[in-house]
Design a protein around this ligand. Structure first.
Ligand code: ADP
Ligand code: MG
Length: 241
């Protein structure tokens, strides 16, 4: 579903250039539950934004579902995003003056679905994340975990094939983080590919495949069974850091 070959990305500001991704090769199959892990500034969000067609890359090739994603017009990129992907962010990105149902319905509003129909569908998705009773509450009346569940429902409403989540638990306490991870796990069990970014080892350990970024390169890919080795090595690194 996702194939990256030697992808490079630099940020240029004025006369400065920062080489953030230095040759990323990565394959992700349909239905995988993947975390991209690395320390702050290692390029995780940059990589996720490229995968989600929110940003361009400079060199290499990115194939999404067999088609090359490169130098796309904004119109074509927007079409692919609408058809394929949903996003979840650390800061939830909910609209403060709209209630939970209206926030979830928002993608359908942009698709021109009438109010009655989109609100009805939004309630179904709120129900999926256990928040049917909170439909008419505003974001500031909800806990962080509830807000993230609203954001997840919103990301699902356009029936994406892939969910990209950038530090989805970054603003949450441990218990709430695990609840949000459980929901992402359920979504994945329903057949949607989930790719999340985290700097937290505990969160990464809940996914099936951990892609470790270090200095703009993939340092290590750890699959399910191999987590022990990973934890051991990671602990050793922390000791010597
Ligand atoms: P992470 O998500 O792993 O913390 P990022 O991908 O956000 O890392 O950032 C990687 C590096 O690129 C950082 O040094 C960051 O300051 C820099 N960076 C990120 N976005 C931009 C941007 N739009 N312009 C310039 N530099 C950026
Ligand atoms: Mg980031």
């Amino acid at each position: 579903m996702i194939s990256l070959k030697n992808v490079h990305k630099s940020y240029v500001t004025g006369s400065n250039s920062l080489h953030v991704l230095k040759g990323i090769d990565l394959e992700i199959e349909t239905g995988e539950f993947v975390s991209i892990m690395g320390s702050s500034g290692s390029g995780k969000s940059t990589l996720l934004n490229i995968l989600g067609i929110l940003d361009n890359y400079d060199e290499g090739a990115y194939y999404l579902n067999g088609s090359l994603v490169k130098d796309m017009s904004e119109k074509k990129a927007a079409k692919l995003r609408n058809e394929m992907v949903g996003f979840v962010f650390q800061s939830f990105n909910l609209i403060s003056f709209k209630n939970a149902m209206e926030n979830v319905a928002l993608p359908l509003y942009y698709q021109g679905v009438n109010r009655k129909k989109r609100n009805k569908i939004a309630l179904e998705y709120l129900d999926k994340v256990g928040l049917l009773d909170w439909a008419d509450h505003l974001p500031n009346e909800m806990s962080g975990g509830q807000k993230q569940r609203v954001a997840i429902a919103r990301s699902l409403i356009s029936q994406p094939k892939i969910i990209f989540a950038d530090e989805p638990t970054g603003a949450l306490d441990t218990t709430t983080s695990y609840e949000v991870m459980e929901i992402l796990k359920e979504i994945n069990a329903g057949g949607i590919t989930v790719i999340l970014v985290t700097h937290e080892h505990d969160i990464a350990a809940m996914t099936q495949k951990i892609v470790r970024l270090k200095d703009g390169r993939i340092d290590q890919i750890i699959k399910n069974g191999d987590l022990k080795h990973f934890q051991h090595q990671y602990a050793k690194e922390l000791e010597t850091a």
